[in-house]
Design a binder for this molecule. Structure first.
Ligand code: AMP
Length: 419
């Protein structure tokens, strides 16, 4: 299959070519023709499958071929987080660069003035988080009565974040005759109910079985105790030759503590969580994307949907409470045909969450002891033995006696779990 055969016009094909995409991904191949036929679509697809282009490309095609009434917005994309909305906006600019369409990015945490000025000039597409969109609507700054396409992206996350009442309200504000596209990584019963409520006779397109993990990601767990997590994680990072990684924590307070610890050990680490102001979040993510930061210590909400080309690793500092989050977390690596590695630190307190993940993904995650040999749980003795090199410490670090000295490996300061 080629993009030419999907019914996209010259200006869009040129932009796709400039992005370096050779052929459509499965979700694009299936969704684009259906969206171009003006049908409602439910797309069950994980991030990393090319789902953003699967709705953005046909949307641009439809908008470029039509005309706006007094430049009223004709399309609305709802996203659960600011970062994801910003990423969709970036994709929109890339794919639409040869079509004269205007967009407004309407997210919280930044001043409304610029957004209002942009709206006053007239836009074709709104890319918004639900709260900010409703806020602007209630202030009389947006007209939604010419919306022809409504996209609800990451519906499962919208549900988790309590946005469904907002979505219901927004959907009552846009014309009933609109085309609706809903994307979700999983299709739990609540999402199914939503599709019945908001969509009309949708075509369901599913490109990965719900809650499946990518074949391109090798997954491992390491047993530890809560107090050893920081040290173990840092040693794993040494061992793994990490180019760039997301490190997920369940609790915000751990994000800051762990970031401080990693920095002290000489790593280029930064925190990313929902309590940071939008500008700081954006700057941190940009620095990470540009390779200026190697390790991003983050929460699920902050990192959801963030797309980084060629992410080598994902570390789960904690076992996520919600099994779906595991699938999303490790889906940050192993994208677009590349391979990635995902590690998870597990304490005995977290066993029930690990069991839930393994039953959701229908696979046992290989357990590796620190030096790499498989241990009892989750892997057959010997058959899965993994030889990984002994971790090397790098650069300057404080010795156990508190003196700073140049060490090779751990010097004399070998942690207990190595002995
Ligand atoms: P998404 O699932 O929308 O988050 O996209 C994941 C990544 O795949 C993004 O970096 C896109 O730029 C990239 N991508 C989307 N479509 C294609 C394609 N047809 N070929 C190669 N890469 C793509």
């Amino acid at each position: 299959m080629t993009f030419e055969k999907l019914g996209l016009s010259e200006n869009i094909l040129k932009a796709i070519n400039e992005c370096g995409y050779d052929k459509p991904t499965p979700i694009q191949e299936q969704a684009i023709p259906v969206i171009l036929m003006a049908r409602d679509v439910v797309g069950v697809a994980q991030t990393g499958t090319g789902k953003t282009a699967s709705f953005t490309l046909p949307m641009i095609e439809i908008l470029a071929g039509g005309r706006a009434k007094a430049r009223m917005p004709r399309s609305l994309i709802l996203s659960p987080t600011r970062e994801l909305a910003a990423q969709i906006a970036e994709n929109f600019d890339l794919y639409g660069k040869h079509c004269k369409l205007e967009k407004a990015l309407l997210v919280g945490g930044v001043s409304m003035d610029e957004q209002i000025k942009k709206l006053d000039r007239g836009v074709d597409v709104l890319i918004a988080t639900p709260g900010r969109l409703l806020d602007l609507f209630e202030r009389g700054k947006i007209l939604l009565n010419d919306i022809k396409i409504l996209v609800i992206d990451e519906a499962d996350r919208m549900l988790d974040m309590g946005f469904i009442p907002d979505i219901e309200k927004i959907s009552s504000l846009v014309p009933f005759t609109r085309q609706t596209l809903l994307f979700s990584a999983t299709m739990q019963p609540e999402i199914r109910k939503l599709t019945q409520k908001f969509l009309s006779n949708p075509k369901e397109i599913s490109v990965a079985p719900p809650a499946s993990t990518s074949k391109n990601v090798e997954q491992f767990i390491v047993r530890t105790s809560p107090k050893n997590k920081d040290v173990l994680l840092a040693d794993l990072i040494d061992q793994e030759k990490v180019q760039n990684a997301f490190i997920f924590c369940n609790r915000k307070r751990d994000i800051d503590g762990l970031t401080r610890y990693l920095k002290k050990r000489g790593y280029n680490a930064r925190a990313l969580h929902g309590d940071m102001v939008q500008k700081a979040r954006q700057e941190t993510f940009e620095a990470f994307k540009a390779g200026e930061v190697t390790l991003l210590v983050c929460s699920d909400v902050a990192a959801r949907g963030l797309d980084v080309q060629g992410l080598s690793h994902v570390f789960n500092y904690d076992v996520p409470f919600n099994s779906d989050d595991y699938v999303h977390r490790i889906g940050r690596t192993g994208r677009a045909g590349m391979t990635g590695r995902a590690w998870m630190l597990v304490t005995s307190y977290e066993d029930k969450h690990l069991d839930a993940i393994e039953s959701l993904t229908k696979q046992k995650i290989e357990e590796v002891d620190f030096k790499g040999s498989s241990s009892k749980k989750g892997a057959k003795e010997d058959s899965h033995k993994k030889e990984t090199s002994k971790p090397k410490a790098k650069g300057k670090r404080n010795s156990s006696k508190g003196e700073e000295s140049e060490v090779i490996g751990f010097g004399d300061d070998i942690p207990n779990f190595f002995r």
